[in-house]
Structure formats: structure tokens, C-alpha cells
Design a protein around this ligand. Sequence first.
Ligand code: NAD
Ligand code: UFG
Length: 350
Amino acid sequence: MVSPMTTVLVTGGAGFIGSHTVVQLLKQGFRVTIMDNLDNSVMEAVHRVGRLVGPHLSNNLTFYHGDLRNVHDLDNLFSKTNFDAVIHFAGLKGVGESVAKPRRYFHNNVVGSINLFQVMANHNCKKMVISSSATVYGQPDQVPCVEESLLQAMNPYGRTKLFVEDIARDIQRAEPEWRIILLRYFNPVGAHESGQLGEDPRGIPNNLMPYIHQVAVGRLPQLNVYGHDYPTKDGTPIRDYIHVMDLAEGHIAALRKLFATDNIGCTAYNLGTGRGTSVLEMVAAFEKASAKKIPIKMCPRRPGDATAVYASTDKAERELGWKAKYGIEEMCRDLWNWASKNPWGYQGKH
Ligand code: NAD
Ligand code: UFG
């Protein structure tokens, strides 16, 4: 069972999904240590997490600046604190960048995860929730995607996610005392309702909603819509967008499941809404929420994009007792609240 003193290590906890999850963990009484190398995040996000939960609960939050590629960083951390479980977000997530820099991706995401498994085993901490991705379904033949679907990677980033899933399955099979949940996220968007936490990518965003954010606040002139000749209702691809706060709750449901189930093994759950939305529908929902016009330019398809990807959420509903609460209206409302309060992200305009 989860007790008030349950202590969780959150790797990558300064990042987009991690920071939102840490807020909810603290609010629900967990003690949290974030380990992050700040490669794709800033300390300001961690400070804001502390302010959001208030002075009392922020006493339960510790930040450790460390890198998963460095076993000594991990060993040092595990020697100081007894962790009951780990939520493992840390990783690089750029599909295009992974094609250009595969060694960097395999080293960071795969070697980093192997180091984490090793140090956890050495310190007898064997409960883990791992960030996976709908990318492991590749270009799905059938939607909605169910957890038993064929897994296939389309690029080095996807391969790192698939390798880490396979490594987790192999370790758990050999050492049955491990309890591991793999969470396959669909398209995380939105922001904390306060407008204090959100997604703040470095450089030009790769993903749809951060790009729309930057167009809405005047940082970019227009949205390029990649492909309008797909066999869908309006010709643009369909995705399953999920509010980041729903994802945060999904992690806590998974964590509770790990503590409550001794024979969970290594099992995967989709975290999505089960609903598909096209690019143009998302643009329209954001325009409505923000009262801003998003100029668009129709462009050729982006290589590697699937026509339609959305989740079956039955397994997570049934076994985790978790279901997404928010729809695209709330996702766009909260994204606009974050974007209008932080047009240039956490650090403002330089
Ligand atoms: P993010 O980049 O905002 O957060 C990842 C965090 O990990 C960052 O704070 C980064 O500094 C840290 N990090 C990276 N490498 C590290 C290392 N070697 N040591 C320590 N810290 C390290 O990304 P996010 O959107 O919050 O994604 C979190 C996880 O979810 C990632 O594993 C990602 O692949 C996965 N995921 C994300 C999406 C998405 O669209 N955002 C979709 C599916 C899966
Ligand atoms: N899109 C545009 N213009 C843009 C950006 C995106 O039209 O500037 C379109 C894409 O073509 C796609 C849709 O918006 O049709 C969504 O694209 P994203 O890049 O936001 O998301 P993807 O579904 O391509 O990929 C995301 C993550 C991957 C992850 C995958 C499944 O970026 O890491 O979801 O979880 F693997």
C-alpha cells in the first residue's frame, strides 16, 4: 500500500510531463526526488512546482542535478535515499533529431535506462513506471491501438522506446520480483490549470500544439499544416490528444497499482482519450479557446506521419481505474492560459 512516507524518484521530473506529475504526487502526499540533468528543462519549472504546492508540501520535494548516463550520479543518489519506486521520464524525444543523431539517442535513452535498472537492482528498488509512447505502434494497421498490437519502430527515437520496453520485459521475466508498468502516451498537450507550468520546447517546436502556441503569441508567422490529402474527414491526420494533467493522474494510478499488485509483472497501458481529432479540428478548437486567428499554410505531408493514431483505453480503465477527464476544449483553454501568461516560456524573451 502507499503510505504517507512513500518516496518516489522521478527522473526527468523538471520536464513537461514530469513537472505536472510531480505536482500531483506532492498533493497526494508522496515524497518526491527529481533527478534531471536540465538538458531540456530549467530550474524555474521546479521552483514553480514548489510554489504551486505551497511551503508545507514543497518540503517533500528534493531536486538532484544528475545524469542517467553517469552511474555514479545514480549510485550516489540511491545511497542517500531509500526509494520505494521510480517514475522514469528522462529521455530525449525528438523524432527528427534522433534520425540525425542516433548515437546520442541510444546512449541517452537506452544506456541511461540500463544504468537506472542496474542501480535500482543494486539498491533493491524494483517498482517502476516507465514513459513509453504510442510511437511503439509504428504506423498502425488498425485503430484504436490495443496494447497487444504488433510493435514496430519507425525511427531511432521509436527504437529507443521499444528497446527499453523489451529490456524491461526481459529483466522482469528473469527477476520476477520487479513490478513494472509501461505507459504508452498518445499526444500529450495542455498545461497546468494555473498557467504556471507548461511545455517550453527549445528552438522551433516539432509538435503541433507548441507550434500553435508560438504562432498565437506572434513568435512564428503561421502554422504549416503537413498534408491535407489523407483519407480522413478533412484530409488532415487524426491523433489522440491527451491533457497533461490526465497523464499525470495516469502515472499516479499506475504507481498505486504497482504497490497494490504483487504479480503485476511487466505490463503496458495506453494513456489516451480514445478519441481522434484532426489537425484542422485542433486548430479550430484553439482559435475558439484563445479568440486568436491561427494563419495556416497547407504543405506537403511530413515523411513518416501516420494517417490516424488513437488509443483503446479499455485496459487502463479496467485495470488502473483511470480514464481521461478532459477534452480538447480544456486542453486548448489551459494551453492558451499558459501561452498568454508565458509567451516566451519559463525564461522570458532574451
Ligand atoms: P521533456 O524533454 O520535457 O522532459 C524530459 C526530461 O528529462 C527533461 O527535463 C530533460 O532535461 C531530462 N533528461 C533527458 N535526458 C536525461 C538524462 N540523461 N539524465 C537526466 N535527465 C535527463 O519531455 P516530456 O514531454 O516531459 O517527455 C517525458 C517522457 O515521455 C520522455 O521519455 C518522452 O520520450 C516520453 N513521451 C513524450 C511524449 C510527448 O509528446 N511529449 C509522447 C510520448 C512519450
Ligand atoms: N503537424 C502539423 N504542423 C506542425 C506540427 C505537426 O501539421 O507544425 C501535424 C503532424 O503532421 C501530425 C499532427 O500535427 O499530423 C501531430 O503531430 P505532432 O508532431 O504533434 O505529433 P505526432 O503524432 O507526430 O508525434 C507525437 C510525438 C512523438 C510520439 C507520438 C506518439 O511527437 O514523439 O506523438 O506518441 F511518438
